[in-house]
Design a protein around this ligand. Structure first.
Ligand code: AMP
Length: 130
């Protein structure tokens, strides 16, 4: 069965997209640790990060870097943190999280944003992409 992220990639369920190219998509996490928390996802559905082919792995890092730079320009933060977990969704994704304190890397501590706020923020991030 297709992962929830494949359904997003195929346009079957909505997301707040911030970037997309031939091989990757980035969108805002639906349950963010911090404002601007984004996920970078390869369109190829692979469960574990280190099972990606080397080329795709390096390209994912390049794509994530581009999104992180746009996040830094958009969200007031000290830096952008990166995490790879995958215990909930078995489809590779890089979490990019704007950080102001260590608590922002705590996945049990969440911020609430309305759908309109997420849409507005995604549009701002898209504008900052190079
Ligand atoms: P993990 O697999 O543990 O790295 O966590 C999966 C992440 O995907 C969580 O932070 C969820 O909030 C996020 N997530 C799950 N479904 C969606 C969705 N439909 N749109 C955006 N983010 C999602």
């Amino acid at each position: 069965m297709a992962s929830i992220f494949t359904k997003i990639i195929n346009g079957d369920i909505p997301c707040h997209k911030v970037a997309e190219d031939e091989n990757f998509i980035a969108f805002l996490d639906i349950n963010p640790n911090a404002k601007g928390h984004a996920l970078c996802v390869p369109k190829e559905e692979v469960d574990k990060l280190f099972d990606l082919g080397e080329h795709m792995y390096l390209q994912l890092m390049q794509f994530s870097r581009r999104v992180a730079k746009a996040l830094e320009k958009t969200v007031d933060c000290n830096r952008v943190g990166m995490a790879v977990i995958g215990l909930e969704v078995p489809h590779v994704h890089v979490h990019l999280i704007p950080l102001n304190s260590m608590d922002d890397m705590d996945f049990s501590s969440k911020v609430s944003m309305t759908d309109d706020e997420m849409a507005e923020l995604a549009a701002e991030i898209r504008q900052k992409l190079q």
